[in-house]
Design a binder for this molecule. Structure first.
Ligand code: 5GP
Length: 179
């Protein structure tokens, strides 16, 4: 385990096993229809890479980047698109790939924006969803894991741009924040 971590919440094996299951669910639901996976940079980059390889339906990949105003640990709900899609999504089956659903404010904004471009279908897959968190109602078709309401890092999730490369997900030692 990385020395800055207090404990591991999800092991590499747990994450990969669950992604295999979600990939099978998505493949079953979309069948031979082409699905456009859209990841929100940067946190979902590892998840989309692993998930895409577990889907047997035809897959295309595109990326968006957004910036949330306010501190990085607190979502303000005011979102700005930094990088837009390369693809037109009208009439297509779009599946937004998210790393973590916290308040849901970022995703709510994104979904509203994407829906206005008239995709045939618009669904969400999130690797993590925070339990008991006050959030705007978002219908998320595929959820990897529910996690406690703590700040987690690893597997794409950062603290000050670090720890994204850890293959597992864990909670940092408190002194890492204060130091
Ligand atoms: P929301 O708008 O749902 O509150 O925030 C979503 C975004 O906040 C996520 O995509 C992620 O970038 C960031 N975020 C929320 N919770 C965590 C967390 O526990 N750890 C990390 N590293 N980022 C988080």
């Amino acid at each position: 385990m990385h020395p800055d971590l207090d404990r591991i919440v999800l092991t590499e094996q747990q994450i990969q096993d669950r992604i295999t299951e979600i990939g099978a669910d998505i493949s079953r639901d979309y069948g031979d229809e082409s699905v456009l996976l859209i990841a929100v940079l940067r946190g979902a980059s590892l998840f989309i890479a692993d998930l895409a390889r577990r889907i047997t339906s035809p897959v295309e990949i595109d990326f968006m980047a957004v910036s949330s105003y306010g501190s990085s640990r607190q979502s303000s709900g005011v979102v700005r698109i930094i990088k837009d899609l390369e693809e037109l999504i009208e009439g297509r089956h779009v599946l937004v790939v998210e790393d973590i659903l916290d308040t849901g404010l970022t995703l709510k904004y994104l979904l509203k924006n994407l829906a206005s471009r008239k995709p045939a279908t618009l669904e969400v897959v999130t690797l993590l969803s925070k339990e008991d968190k006050q959030r705007v109602p978002i219908s998320c078709r595929y959820v990897g894991f529910s996690v406690p309401d703590e700040f987690v890092v690893g597997y794409g999730l950062d603290y000050a741009e670090r720890y994204r490369n850890l293959p597992y997900i864990g909670v940092l030692k408190p002194e890492i924040y204060s130091g």
